[in-house]
Design a protein around this ligand. Structure first.
Ligand code: 2ND
Ligand code: ZN
Length: 362
């Protein structure tokens, strides 16, 4: 008899996460503890359950700009090395408990300098926290590896500096770079010098594109900036036409992205909140997966979007009927698209992912 697909069983299979923001994944109780320690009086609630609900409701705003406003609270309580290390370690524990075996976690170091931390101190504190979290997970019998992506914020002008930081820490598990923040009005081409530098250094980067803004943003990210992956990329459906008889026509950009196997870091729940999709059932992930784009499933912000990798898959199972074979396909897609070395990716696919699904697929 096949194992039923539900939240509890999904939590047990190996999952791979490429798009998750450190400052979007704090435990509500940790936000409260850190706010007290920092003397931050701006939280809307002092009770963890109420605060968790507040984040999800406030982020459920219909616009990326308003979604991003909720980060002022998490960023405010992450201004010391101790706070950053705690948040990083707990992030790893939470992902491991959810059955994630490999994750790339991203954050913008430039946001954590309000009390004078240097960029190097920030990166060192977060890396210490991640290693600590990996050890704690291992002590619980859970194997998980974390790679870090450093983000520069679109609205600031520090991308060259942050790209340089990412390259300097590439041998300490910083595996890549990203551009985040409000999309409209801040095209990725404002950061061309950073992308050029990264390419010269043989370094990896992804770009948030095609979330709040459409095809021009995706086109710039891929063809001007040279992004290897797309953060979200949902609006690529604007370049796909499905006729009434079901025949499908891809435009040149959509064809290019599918032909080149460019990974799409899709985050369904987050997209509902920012207005990039109306419902999970209508989310472009269904069409894109059917057309065999290199689709991956991600959380974006577990606190604001009130989700986990398992809850995202449970919602997709409900909407599209995805089963274990589909989940393995998503996990392998994500692992193929990770920014660590080919041999390391292959090892996780062969030694962790495939054995994890084998019994379910018999
Ligand atoms: O989905 C997103 N789009 C653009 N920017 C985002 C998204 N989620 C989080 N961010 C921003 C807010 C964080 O402070 C920053 C770095 O993690 O990235
Ligand atoms: Zn994001």
């Amino acid at each position: 008899m096949s194992t039923p697909v539900n939240l509890d069983t999904i939590r047990l299979v190996p999952k791979v996460l490429l798009h998750d923001h450190l400052d979007g994944g704090l435990r509500p109780q940790t936000v409260i503890d850190l706010a007290r320690a920092a003397g931050y009086a701006g939280l809307p609630h002092e009770d963890a359950d109420e605060l968790g609900r507040w984040f999800a409701a406030a982020a459920d705003s219909g616009s990326l700009e308003r979604y991003l406003e909720t980060f002022s609270h998490t960023v405010a309580v992450m201004q010391t090395a101790e706070a950053l290390a705690r948040v990083a370690a707990e992030c790893v524990e939470d992902l491991a408990a959810d059955g994630v075996v490999y994750a790339e976690i991203r954050y913008a170091p430039e946001l954590f300098q309000e009390q004078g931390l240097t960029l190097d101190r920030i990166v060192a504190a977060v890396q210490d926290g991640f290693r600590d979290g990996e050890r704690r997970a291992a002590a619980e019998g859970k194997r998980i590896r974390i790679g870090t992506l450093l983000c520069a914020m679109r609205q600031n002008a520090r991308s060259a500096e942050i790209a340089n930081l990412a390259v300097r820490y590439r041998d300490s598990e910083v595996v890549g770079f990203d551009i985040a923040g409000p999309e409209a009005g801040f095209p990725p081409t404002r950061n061309l010098d950073a992308f050029e530098y990264l390419r010269q250094q043989n370094a990896h980067f992804t770009i948030h594109a095609g979330e709040a803004f459409g095809l021009p943003s995706i086109w710039e990210a891929i063809q001007h900036c040279g992004a290897e992956r797309l953060g979200h990329g949902v609006r690529i459906v604007d370049d796909i036409k499905v006729d009434e008889d079901g025949s499908v026509h891809l435009g040149r950009l959509a064809s290019y992205i599918r032909d080149r196997r460019i990974p799409l870091e899709m985050c369904p729940s987050s997209n509902l909140q920012t207005g990039a999709a109306k419902s999970i059932a209508e989310h472009p992930i269904g069409l894109l997966a059917k057309l065999r784009f290199r689709v991956t499933v991600n959380t974006d912000n577990r606190l604001m979007s009130h989700c986990s990798m398992s809850s995202e898959f449970a919602a997709l199972h409900e909407a599209f009927g995805y089963g274990w074979a589909d989940m393995q396909w998503f996990a392998v897609n994500a692992m193929k698209s990770a920014f660590i070395g080919f041999d390391e990716r292959l090892e996780i696919i062969d030694d962790v992912i495939k054995p994890g699904y084998a019994a379910l697929l018999e």
